[in-house]
Design a protein around this ligand. Structure first.
Ligand SMILES: Cc1cc2nc3c(=O)[nH]c(=O)nc-3n(C[C@H](O)[C@H](O)[C@H](O)COP(=O)(O)OP(=O)(O)OC[C@H]3O[C@@H](n4cnc5c(N)ncnc54)[C@H](O)[C@@H]3O)c2cc1C
Length: 554
């Protein structure tokens, strides 16, 4: 066969690179107190960027989980089957302690180290990060039931991925899920109808739960935090998929959702039929209890979003560095350089905020009340804004690859389909913005902590100083209809302050010049409405150097 054409002007494969070669992340890791974890994070970064792991990510998504409700004899099994690639990815994540391990690690910075691992390893594949994240998040809520925490926490933190249907205490390691959303409402969980009936004469706080849940992700887990109506009101329960005596609990998987993205992961509709569960916290205080789990998963929403942005900008910058059009590489074309730099700025700002929040989490769980107050407001606002930016960011990064970006094997469609999810779950956009508003109005100390943080950047950049003044005025009118404005302003000003204090100069200057500068005091920023509209003078070449991956030759 004669060759029909020669392949040229295509970039080399983006494999064999170190995902953790990420200056914003590495400096944040050190700054937030986990410099000691650098080698492990680099190891995970090399693994995530390897051809083998990228292939596992592809396979896990192209072979989505299958629900097996019954065995061949007609017995219910309610199990989910996964491609081996999923199990490989899960094994690495759990071995590296990206699940509940930091809760059993006394080293200051343990939660930051875990955040860095999660951020880097998430580039391999996003879907499996869901059960990993929920297993991380369940611990603070579970501690409202010290006896249950004593039983299960060591197994939730164990570095063993032990898939399958067995009683929790017969396994080497456990995974957790969260079961709140019902058909009639996910944001408004107080409308839950699942009933919880106390088991008479039982001293262990056992209840039987009956009802349905419209979304329960990772239903192949071992333990679930479930909301249900007890005699004393909406309450939180820990529900095992297999009872301690080895019999199956009344947890029936009805269907798996056919989702836009996140296809490697299973999300189920569940019926509970007198399912055994144990009370966590007090009856009637279910929301207060489970919100501790939600608050931790929100951190992972921000981290996961930062991962997606970094992956998008890496793929885009790599392509543009190797592709020529009209006689020059794309990266050297001023307009494309501006687009890439704008994407890179957004990515770095999100990474900086995510790690500041991971650091605040680490210090808050060790008793730092100031950091807890800062985290309360800053996380709600950042969850709103970062996740809101993700789909537009992914779409623009995809477009940098032209038609190739629209084709599945580029990896961009997977990134794009995943992008809206973090904004939906754990408090959809409006709910996250309203949560920031609630923190402002009910816990004034959260605003004080935020401004104490912003004030540390005072005097370094007059455009930022003016933005802080504007933010103070904005927060003086905390009306519900303006909640999105408020959350956006908080998140952007925080990102600007972090970049000015700790970031690369070119990145900080372009961020503040585009997102925060109000040169003529008109309230209109110099930035356009699409990516790629940075003000003149932005040092795009310096910004791009930080985003372009080093791929081994050959
Ligand atoms: C892939 C996937 C996996 C999921 N996994 C889980 C899981 O494991 N466990 C679980 O419990 N849930 C899970 N969910 C459900 C998810 O948490 C809910 O979909 C989400 O909380 C929104 O609830 P809802 O779908 O009922 O929408 P609704 O609550 O009906 O909200 C619809 C819209 O109205 C807005 N809204 C709501 N209240 C207000 C208000 N007061 N003011 C203004 N706007 C408002 C929301 O922001 C949203 O945009 C999952 C969802 C998805 C997509």
């Amino acid at each position: 066969m004669p060759p029909t054409h020669e392949v040229f002007n295509q970039p080399p494969p983006l494999t064999g690179y170190d995902v953790a070669d990420d200056p914003a992340m590495l400096s944040a890791l050190r700054r937030e107190g986990a410099g000691w974890a650098r080698d492990v994070v680099r190891e995970l970064g090399r693994l995530a960027g390897s051809a083998q792991v990228q292939e596992q990510g592809r396979q896990a998504n192209e072979n989505p989980p299958k629900l097996r409700t019954h065995d061949r004899f007609g017995h219910r099994v309610d199990e989910v089957e996964f491609h081996p690639a999923w199990h490989e990815l899960m094994t690495v994540a759990v071995r590296h302690g990206l699940h509940a391990a930091p809760w059993r690690d006394a080293r200051p910075g343990a939660h930051v180290a875990r955040a860095a691992g999660f951020y880097v390893w998430g580039a391999a594949e996003a879907g499996h990060c869901c059960p990993v994240s929920m297993t991380y998040a369940i611990v603070p809520a579970l501690r409202h039931a010290p006896a249950l925490a004593g039983r299960f926490e060591p197994l939730l933190a164990a570095p063993e991925y032990d898939f399958g249907l067995r009683p929790p205490e017969a396994k080497l390691g456990l995974l957790a899920g969260m079961s709140m959303t019902e058909k009639q409402g996910g944001s408004d969980v107080r409308a839950n109808t699942t009933r919880a009936v106390p088991v008479p004469g039982d001293g262990a706080g056992s209840y039987l739960l009956t009802g349905h849940k419209w979304f329960t992700s990772a239903p192949m887990g071992d333990l679930f935090m479930v909301l249900a109506q007890a005699p004393g009101g909406l309450s939180c329960f820990l529900l095992p998929r297999v009872r301690p005596d080895g019999t199956r609990n009344g947890m029936r998987l009805q269907r798996l959702k056919d989702k836009l993205g996140n296809r490697s992961n299973a999300s189920a509709e569940v019926e509970y039929d007198e399912a055994l569960a144990w009370l966590v916290g007090e009856e009637g205080r279910g929301v207060r209890t489970i919100i501790e789990m939600v608050n931790i998963t929100r951190l992972d929403c921000v981290l996961g979003t930062a991962t997606g942005m970094r992956a998008g900008v890496t793929m885009a910058a790599h392509h543009a560095a190797h592709r020529t059009a009209f006689g020059r590489t794309l990266a050297d074309q001023p307009l494309m350089a501006g687009v890439l730099a704008d994407l890179a700025i957004e990515s770095e700002a999100t990474t900086m905020a995510a790690f500041r929040l991971a650091g605040a989490t680490d210090r808050a769980v060790r008793g730092d009340e100031g950091e807890a107050a800062f985290r309360r407001l800053a996380l709600a606002a950042t969850k709103y804004w970062a996740c809101k930016r993700a789909p537009a960011h992914a779409a623009e990064a995809l477009e940098c690859l032209g038609g190739n970006g629209y084709v599945e094997e580029s990896g961009m469609p997977r990134l794009y389909r995943e992008a809206p999810l973090a904004s939906i779950w754990e408090g959809s956009g409006n709910v996250a913005a309203l949560d920031a508003l609630r923190a402002l109005t009910r816990q004034p100390e959260t605003a004080e902590a935020l401004f104490a943080e912003l004030d540390q950047a005072a005097g370094a950049d007059s455009r930022l100083d003016q933005a802080v003044v504007r933010l103070r005025k904005e927060l003086a009118d905390p009306s519900e209809a303006r909640a999105r404005h408020l959350a956006e302003a908080i998140a952007l000003t925080l990102q600007g302050a972090l970049l000015v204090r700790h970031g690369d100069h070119a990145v900080a200057d372009a961020f503040v010049g585009s997102r925060l500068a109000d040169e003529d005091g008109s309230g209109t920023l110099g930035w356009g409405r699409a990516f790629g509209t940075l003000p003149a003078g932005a040092d795009t070449a310096a910004i791009l150097r930080r985003a372009t991956p080093a791929v081994p030759a050959g």
